[in-house]
Design a protein around this ligand. Structure first.
Ligand code: AMP
Length: 358
């Protein structure tokens, strides 16, 4: 079976690395000739338009994506019949306001939010939600890009001038205790399996590190029921991540990612079946794998440039993943995972890795 992947970044690369042992074959489509999954499987360089995507998908048995901003219009042709997850998930997740409305319809609590199309609407939204608040572009935002924190009334006009060429959403700022995410997989027959909640630390809007399982197990059942509702409503097949703020001990949904997710990279070594393998099992119509953990796990992202490998690989049990990407400020170039029987030991090795990667 041949899997076509739209986007050839590190997520696509890790999908292929997980799928080859299952006997799957891969091909990638990306506009960048040096996209890092191209080192693992054939890469077609092209734009995401209907003709290119249809031609690319013609000799694939199933089509998926490693990038959630694939233009939905490019999936209007024959390729759409092979696409999993389906267009509805992409479409809903590509617009932050539509996504929040979707959560609301499913009775999933979110931070307060308002659509903003003008400075006047921004002023009204701030009057209703209060300050601080976060102004975000509705589309094409990721890793903290396209966002401004508003602290005082004087911040409104400059923030609107910077972002207001595009439709915006204003969100109440959440003074969260923690950020967590839930990853789950749904099969073609509707079977649903979730991994334990993961605790995430972001720096400058980019994921810095993840630790699983989240210490407070009491939130697991509620999160699973919410993500299951999201996936069922979208008739979703594959892996999805739902990112949350924990505020006053309760979950507020931030956003979902209709794909494998950075906060699930620890599942490669830390879980019986990784997010990458389970995504492939789901879209290929195979039986899902066990999502149980192999102890505690922690993952550190390597951002900007690869530190000297020896410095990381000499930490006990460190699993290094170098994506083979050229260095660039803010770019995810790799990650490293440690797994162990006790949480304290795993956290100590994470701290050691952080120090050595700095
Ligand atoms: P996002 O692109 O929406 O995931 O935002 C990136 C990061 O910015 C989040 O993981 C949070 O650390 C922070 N952030 C975004 N929205 C809010 C909010 N409404 N309140 C507090 N922090 C936020």
């Amino acid at each position: 079976m041949k899997v076509g992947v739209l986007g050839a970044g590190q997520l696509g690369r890790m999908l292929a690395l997980a799928g080859v042992p299952l006997g799957l074959r891969f091909s990638f489509l990306d506009h960048a000739a040096d996209a890092c999954a191209g080192a693992i499987a054939p890469l077609t360089v092209g734009e995401f338009d209907t003709a290119t995507v249809d031609a690319f998908a013609a000799d694939c048995d199933v089509l998926t994506f490693d990038w959630e901003n694939v233009p939905v219009a490019a999936l209007a042709g024959t390729a759409s019949a092979k696409l999993l997850p389906t267009r509805a998930a992409l479409e809903t997740g590509q617009d932050r306001w539509v996504e929040k409305e979707f959560f609301r319809a499913l009775e999933i609590p979110t931070p307060g939010y308002r659509a903003v199309g003008s400075l006047l609407e921004l002023e009204r939204a701030v009057a209703e939600l209060g300050l601080p608040a976060v102004l975000k572009t509705r589309r094409l935002g990721y890793d903290g890009k396209g966002q401004r924190l508003l602290r005082a009334a004087a911040d409104l006009a400059p923030a609107f001038a910077a972002l207001g060429a595009a439709p915006l959403v204003l969100e109440a700022f959440v003074p969260f205790e923690r950020e967590v995410s839930l990853l789950a997989v749904r099969a073609r027959n509707g079977e649903f399996r979730a991994w334990p909640l993961t605790e995430n630390v972001h720096r400058d809007g980019i994921l810095h590190s993840s630790v699983a399982p989240y210490a407070d197990r009491a939130l697991q059942a509620g999160a699973e029921s919410q993500l299951r509702r999201v996936m069922e409503r979208l008739d979703y097949v594959g892996v999805m991540a739902l990112e949350y703020f924990v505020h006053r001990g309760a979950l507020l949904a931030n956003e979902f990612a209709p794909r494998v997710h950075n906060s699930g990279h620890w599942t490669i070594e830390g879980s019986v079946t990784s997010q990458f393998e389970n995504h492939l099992r789901a879209i290929a119509g195979l039986a899902l794998g066990d999502t149980a953990m192999r102890g505690h796990a922690a993952m550190l992202n390597l951002i900007g440039a690869m530190p000297p490998r020896d410095r990381l690989m000499t930490v006990a049990g460190a699993n290094l993943h170098d994506y083979g990407k050229a260095p660039r400020p803010g770019r995810k170039v790799g990650h490293v995972t440690v797994v162990g029987a006790d949480r304290a030991g795993v956290l100590a090795r994470l701290a050691e890795l952080e120090q050595r990667a700095a």
